[in-house]
Ligand binder design. Structure first.
Ligand SMILES: Cc1ncc(C[n+]2csc(CCOP(=O)(O)OP(=O)(O)O)c2C)c(N)n1
Ligand SMILES: [Mg+2]
Length: 543
């Protein structure tokens, strides 16, 4: 069998149904093999679009998303998506072409050492040097990409290898059960929880990717311990739950930290130091119990004394069975904090001033979204507002990247969500900066017939950096820009566009766009004056 056919067979064997990519001539044998396969090739307008889509596919399904690029320049464009998948723990395989390795007549034209370039941003990267190795390398790539902690892997297929004749053989795909936490560790953790006075649960990114919802809810409901979440832990338990305090959107002096200050034990489920810290541990401060698939990496702001390492859902199940609610627990003290937080959340939500206040924007988006609607956020100031003010009702209904925190991933990740869940409402929320980094994928979205809304939060600048610049006492410099006419821009792609001119128009327009077919773009001017709420929190932390 031809090697490129065997590569496609190996991918089919792993259950790959879609490959996102932008081929070059070095991929043409593979592309021809794909043409005759069951796998769908989704062609994008930039490799970043393909990579971000594949990573989000992996994040949402737990199954490795696959993307394709050519050698040198194409592969270099996949570096950011690789870092996105690697830091965000999303299983993704990148396939890249290469010039022939046995004989080549082109000198070093376009040749980069792609495998070495990918090494720091992947868990596994290899060149296939013989067609017969393909099934083994593919199996290893998938196994490693999906194994906790998930991440990016890379395989390079040189042109001459892709054309080789091979002896086909496929390795069995076995699901590996994760080890359960050690009974002694669970016993010690249970004692620590029972011995605490004001225990508090923190839900992190790891809990969101592996469907621990049911076990976490059982723990919280049985023991009645209040909880808060990191940005990437939003939605594991419905945030309307009476014991939910909210999301720590900032690392320091967030309003949630009043609760952390009162707690004497934080039960940290699925937290990962790659995510921006939801609070800082200090020597001699509160105790932290780390429940995760792997031990906590030692870090100056995170050094838990107690650890339960193993399958998280199983650990929670064991703990809930062991721990008894204690009469001496003072968890009621958190209700007072919750009331204060809820009150602060009401500020400006009804404001009709224009441009729209971020609080009103977030409130209206929540009002328009059904329970299972998916928001995919790009990076910018609005991300903090959504993290703090948007209650998620279901796991993975707010896709935000607080790990690499790259701009440009919002639209492609929303597209992957819309492709996977055509029946659900999907909104990409982008700044005017981040949107323009991958706006060309509007063409891909339109071509694929996706149903999604693209919301551009427009402040004519790199708002988040402008806010930090101001908070640090610097003059306003170097962060403004002009924008295209986004409605005309949408039209050029054959996409419907709307510009909001009055705050009251935003909710009805958003509702109409969510109910209309195809891609709908909304340009909404925002008033970031409200960012001063966070500035005060920064100032307090610096004084
Ligand atoms: C690829 C990339 N470049 C730069 C940054 C640094 N950065 C973080 S937020 C931001 C501004 C984002 O501007 P915009 O998308 O307009 O959102 P806004 O903050 O204005 O709402 C910048 C430059 C980044 N995170 N990622
Ligand atoms: Mg902006």
């Amino acid at each position: 069998m031809k090697a490129s056919d065997l590569l496609v067979k190996s991918l089919e064997h792993e259950g790959t149904s879609t490959i996102f990519g932008l081929p070059g001539e070095e991929n043409l044998d593979f592309v021809e093999s794909l043409r005759r396969s069951s796998i769908r090739l989704v062609v994008t307008r930039h490799e970043q679009g393909a990579g971000f889509m594949a990573a989000t596919y992996g994040r949402l399904t737990g199954h490795t998303g696959v993307c394709l690029a050519t050698l040198g320049p194409g592969a270099a464009n996949l570096v950011t998506p690789a870092a996105y998948a690697q830091l965000g723990a999303m299983p993704m395989l990148m396939l890249t072409g290469q010039k022939p390795i046995k004989t080549s007549k082109q000198g070093h034209f376009q040749i980069l050492n792609v495998v070495e370039m990918m090494r720091p941003v992947t868990k596994y990267c290899q060149t296939i040097i013989h067609g017969n190795n393909i099934p083994g390398k593919v199996r290893e790539a998938f196994r490693i990409a999906e194994q906790e902690r998930p991440g990016a892997v890379h395989l390079e297929i040189p042109e001459d290898i892709a054309r080789e004749d091979t002896e086909p053989f496929l390795f069995p795909v076995e699901k590996i059960r994760r080890p359960a936490a050690d009974a002694k560790a669970v016993r010690q953790a249970a004692e620590a929880i029972e011995g605490a006075v004001r225990p508090l649960v923190l839900i992190g990114a790891g809990a969101n990717r592996t469907m621990t919802s049911r076990m976490l809810l059982r723990l919280v409901d049985t023991l009645r311990i209040p909880f808060f979440t990191t940005q990437m832990g939003k939605g594991v338990i419905d945030e309307r739950h009476p014991l939910c305090l909210g999301t720590a959107a900032l690392s320091e002096n967030d309003m949630l930290h009043e609760a952390v200050e009162r707690a004497d034990l934080v039960i940290n489920v699925g937290h990962d130091v790659v995510e921006k810290p939801p609070f800082f541990m200090r020597p001699g401060g509160l105790d932290v119990l780390h429940i995760n698939y792997s031990p906590a990496e030692v870090d100056p702001v995170y050094f838990p004394r107690l650890q339960v390492v193993g399958d998280v859902a199983n650990a929670l199940w064991q703990l809930t069975d062991r721990v008894r609610r204690q009469a001496h627990w003072e968890t009621d003290c958190f209700s007072e904090i919750k009331r204060a937080i809820d009150e602060r959340m009401l500020a400006q939500i009804d404001s009709t001033s224009f441009p729209i206040k971020p609080q009103r924007l977030v409130r209206d988006v929540r009002a328009a979204m059904p329970e299972d609607g998916i928001l995919a956020l790009d990076n910018g100031m609005f991300k903090i507002w959504f993290a703090r003010n948007y209650p998620a009702y279901q796991p993975n209904t707010i896709l935000l990247d607080n790990a690499l925190a790259t701009m440009g991933a919002g639209l492609p990740s929303a597209m992957a969500a819309a492709l996977l869940h055509p029946q659900r409402k999907v909104i990409a929320v982008c700044g005017d900066g981040g949107f323009m980094m991958n706006s060309q994928e509007l063409e891909t979205a339109k071509r694929l017939g996706l149903h999604l809304v693209v919301l551009i939060v427009r402040d004519d600048g790199y708002g988040m950096i402008r806010w930090k610049q101001q908070a640090m006492g610097f003059a306003d410099f170097g962060l403004g820009f002009d924008n295209p006419d986004f409605v005309a821009y949408a039209r050029a792609y054959g996409v419907h566009g709307e510009r909001i001119a009055r705050t009251e128009d935003f909710l009805p327009t958003l509702r109409a766009c969510l109910n209309a077919p195809g891609v709908q773009l909304i340009d909404v001017p925002v008033d970031y004056g409200e960012n001063r709420i966070f500035t005060r929190e920064i100032e307090r932390s610096e004084s």
